[in-house]
Design a binder for this molecule. Structure first.
Ligand code: SF4
Ligand code: SF4
Length: 443
């Protein structure tokens, strides 16, 4: 039996959690909004993040529509929409929840998992607590443990993600999608029909079209938008319905087209163009893109799951039947995915090179969340490949707190300086350059 004293202690802890959580999220939203050059039309994205993290409300869904949480982009949102529900991405970047989870999860677990554990423990975040079902694709050991931890909270479906993606693996993933469809029908009480699935494809397809327009504009007009703002829009997609996100994105694209035709850029100068890749960057953990842009670089591209990658690849339907659509979802989830969870990940290298070429990238920052082995494993290979292309790359390891901000700032500043020096080859190497290289090669 819980005593009054324990209840009071819990109430005090909850109050502290809410206050710290909302303050941190509001601070990051403010820093993003204060960064110069935000395009017109950002308000719906800010509002979506404000609603979830500062007002601490659930997602905006019509009465009676259930929300289904997902923990990886490999869980197809089309199936969730087809069941009349709304998908929300629950991978977390929350520092306050991380501190709570730090006492629950093992020391070497990644911060993303610790933050999820923190939210589960506090039961104070409606976006988590409102979910009628959670889908956890098991991509790494940490995700496996998330699935186990969430059991008992609501209906949880784990999805097996194969290490390779041949035809047999795709067949088996299609079977899992049929099982997922049946579970979604049970939870929502709605049948997934040919028409509802086709409608869901076109609904999500509209959002993907707007994203492709955005990517095209960015590619054709360097310095049209800051990456921090772009990543904020992508992060907000986790809590907005696909049509709401597509409409908001359409308005941003209109304003960017206007910018492009008048030759307007976010900065008068040619800032070093950085590609951000590695472990997911989930709001409010936006310290890395913010530091890059506050220190005089520009995030000209991102290859992260809460960024453009999350929606980049549309499913391709080659057979117009229901089964053909399920197969298209399975193919899209596995085949083009550059997640390091797959044994052979040459696709990621291909995608990185494509992004470097398309966005005229001059340097790559590779984020490894502490404990995220799958991303850390791939760093060496990527560093070697990019080295052959003459593209400088640094690995930044970080956690969900602000203790490492100064160290990150020094390394990012040095990296940006290095790119600037490379931009001006006529300048003789200086002491500064030696210093930069020393800093950059520190573990
Ligand atoms: S990084 Fe991999 S496991 Fe994480 S959301 Fe992306 S695809 Fe899924
Ligand atoms: S892929 Fe990395 S960041 Fe994501 S859950 Fe696994 S260990 Fe954590």
């Amino acid at each position: 039996m819980i005593t009054t004293r324990e209840q009071e202690r819990k109430a005090r802890q909850d109050k502290r959690f809410v206050s710290k959580q909302t303050q941190t999220s509001a601070k990051y939203l403010r820093r993003i909004a204060e960064l110069s050059g935000a395009p017109d039309g950002m308000e719906p994205f800010y509002r979506a993040l404000l609603r979830i993290y500062v007002d601490m409300q659930g997602v905006n869904v019509p009465q009676g529509v259930k929300t289904i949480g997902t923990y990886c982009v490999m869980a197809p949102q089309e199936l969730i929409y087809a069941a009349g529900a709304m998908p929300v991405k629950l991978c977390s970047g929350n520092y306050t929840a991380f501190f709570v989870g730090d006492d629950i999860a093992p020391r070497d677990a990644c911060p993303l998992v610790k933050a999820v554990a923190g939210f589960k423990h506090t039961e104070l975040m409606p976006v988590y607590d409102d979910c009628s079902m959670m889908i956890v694709p098991v991509t790494c050991d940490c995700k496996k443990k998330i699935a186990g931890m969430l059991e008992g909270k609501c209906d949880v479906m784990t999805m097996h993600i194969p290490a390779t993606r041949g035809d047999d693996e795709i067949d088996s993933f299609v079977s899992q999608l049929y099982e997922l469809a049946a579970r979604l029908e049970d939870v929502t009480g709605n049948r997934i029909t040919y028409d509802s699935l086709a409608n869901a494809f076109s609904m999500v397809g509209h959002a993907q079209y707007e994203l492709s327009e955005f990517v095209r504009l960015k590619k054709q007009h360097p310095y049209l938008i800051r990456g921090t703002h772009a990543m904020t829009m992508m992060n907000a997609a986790a809590y907005m319905s696909a049509p709401a996100w597509a409409n908001a994105m359409h308005r941003v694209n209109v304003s960017l087209r206007r910018r492009a035709s008048s030759g307007q850029t976010v900065t008068g100068k040619k800032l070093p163009r950085i590609l951000l890749t590695g472990s997911p960057i989930v709001f409010p953990n936006m310290k890395i893109p913010l530091l890059i842009e506050e220190m005089g670089g520009i995030v000209a591209g991102d290859e992260t799951c809460m960024g453009e990658r999350g929606m980049y690849d549309p499913p391709v339907i080659t057979d117009n039947s229901f089964d053909g659509m399920m197969r298209a979802l399975a193919n899209r989830s596995l085949r083009p995915c550059p997640c390091p969870t797959f044994a052979d990940n040459s696709q990621r290298l291909f995608r990185l090179k494509q992004l470097i070429r398309d966005n005229q990238i001059q340097g790559v920052i590779y984020l490894v969340l502490r404990g995220c082995l799958v991303y850390d494993f791939e760093y060496k290979r990527i560093e070697e490949e990019l080295g052959r292309l003459g593209i400088p790359v640094i690995r930044l390891e970080s956690d969900y707190n602000e203790e490492d901000v100064e160290q990150l700032r020094i390394r990012i500043e040095a990296f940006i300086e290095l790119i600037k020096l490379r931009q001006a080859p006529e300048k003789k190497p200086t002491i500064r350059r030696d210093f930069n290289e020393q800093v950059l090669h520190r573990a």
